[in-house]
Design a protein around this ligand. Structure first.
Ligand SMILES: [Zn+2]
Length: 193
């Protein structure tokens, strides 16, 4: 058996092949197809699942702000604003749903399986796959950016109705260093009204 007749093994598909030409370099692949495939796999960047770390930070802060606002309002109830805690609850629930969807995508990105996820969230795998798809989570995050944070109403608005609901959450979130004054402006009846 000469050197040229010795069987070679394709480095891509591991098939044994015979060198087609007696001259030139010893081929490493059995075919053009295997050579191209090997080149592609060496040069293409692996597709990694998208991560949502920044979104998780934003969302959990939003949840924290609302929870703090609720705690504060529970300690200092304002009878003139009977709907306020309820409103924060509704906003908080939406934030929690969004946070859950992002946490699910993060769990997947970090290697959790759908089966493991359904052991944590009591829902059908197909439901979760549909509701928390990459497309839907990305759209939710885009929509949140477009909505922006809950904006405080102008505290000094002269047309404030008695009993109107203040935007406590927005004030709280927008002014972490001036919470008390912002809260006071938001919830106390303006002087002279
Ligand atoms: Zn091959």
């Amino acid at each position: 058996m000469t050197k040229n007749e010795r069987p070679l093994r394709c480095q891509r598909c591991r098939r044994v092949f015979i060198r087609p030409n007696a001259t030139g370099c010893i081929p490493r692949y059995c075919s053009d197809r295997c050579r191209s495939a090997s080149y592609r796999s060496r040069t293409s960047t692996p597709t990694t699942p998208p991560h949502y770390d920044a979104a998780a930070v934003r969302l959990t802060r939003a949840v924290l702000n609302k929870a703090q606002a609720m705690a504060h309002r529970s300690q200092h109830p304002v009878p003139a604003l009977p709907l306020e805690i309820l409103q924060i609850c509704v906003a908080l629930r939406r934030d929690l749903e969004d946070t859950t969807a992002v946490a699910l995508r993060q769990a997947l990105a970090h290697g959790a399986t759908w089966k493991e996820i359904t052991e944590v969230i009591p829902a059908a795998e197909s439901t979760l796959k549909s509701h928390c798809s990459v497309d839907k989570v990305n759209k939710m995050l885009r929509d949140r950016v477009q909505r922006g944070p809950a904006r405080p109403r102008q505290p000094a608005a002269p047309t404030r109705q008695p009993g109107a609901v203040s935007c406590l959450v927005g004030e709280w979130a927008a002014s972490p260093t001036g919470r008390v004054s912002a809260l006071s402006r938001a919830v106390l009846p303006a002087a002279g009204q």
